[in-house]
Design a protein around this ligand. Sequence first.
Ligand code: GLA
Length: 333
Amino acid sequence: MNLIRFATTALCLASFAFGCKKADEPAAGPAKTRIGYIVKDATGEWFRNEIRFAKEAAAKDGFEIVEMGATDGGAVMNALDSVANKGCQATVLCSPDVKLGPAIVRACQEKNLKLITVDDQLVGADGNPLVSVPHLGISANEIGKLVGTSLYDEAVKRGWKLEETGLLALTHEQLPTAVARVEGAIAGLTSKGFAAARIFKVAQPEQSIASANNAAETVLQKHPEIKHWLICGMNDDAVLGGVRRFEKDLAATDIIGIGINGDAAALAEFTAAKPTGFFGSIQLEARKHGEDTARLAFKWVKDGVAPPPLTLTVGRLMTRDNFHTVRKELGLE
Ligand code: GLA
């Protein structure tokens, strides 16, 4: 009896040991190629959309997205570690601080992580774009110009006297794409003959609605002589912040704000029962940003095909009159 039990136990142990013997098998890696997707604002709608479209592309093409949020420099370095540890050989990145460029590039080289930036292009120590890192972003100056000329056209359509009309330009100097957008809007407006003397620039220190709201307050208090206001800024949040502050003191019909992105918050303005001061938004190609960056990174890892150094996307003006059509045409509805 004891002998039989011993034999059975020995047999079990042997088969267990045999079953576990994987020493000569390759180390287990992820079954599918993994691509990191690190963004500065993981809950922000623009970035949720980008990640959603990146994941859709991954599901179609048979790779995986490892998404992470990083709101400051330390978090970016941790996120790069994390995606590398999870087996990613490439990552897409929108950094919370573009000046971290050289440190980010060094970290990626150490980890053998291929890097593509999206939306916010990294800069070097000299403040110039790091052109060695493939980038996909918006044609910021052109899109800004479209904001400026559209603001002008709508003011004229409303029959506003230009000498009673001012521009609130919400700036965010830390981010080159934000600077280019606002400078573009100013250029678009002045190209139509709008007086530079009635352009009021104010900095929003943070990239948030609240920060833009506070910044707008100071301009509004200083310029009671202005009857009608045009508002531009780096994105929908900036313009929404400005519009909401101005609507406290002025009729919505005396405000024309045009944002950039085509966020849900912008769409909510277009479907509000009465028109608000938020007149329009430049709808960007969110699908292209998410899908293309993910696919470019995947192709780079899988086939060794390096992405184009620079891809710039376009935008289209969307108002309460045409937003469904524009979004359908861009594959967003
Ligand atoms: C920046 C902005 C976003 C969005 C993207 C588009 O990252 O913060 O809101 O406008 O650019 O590229």
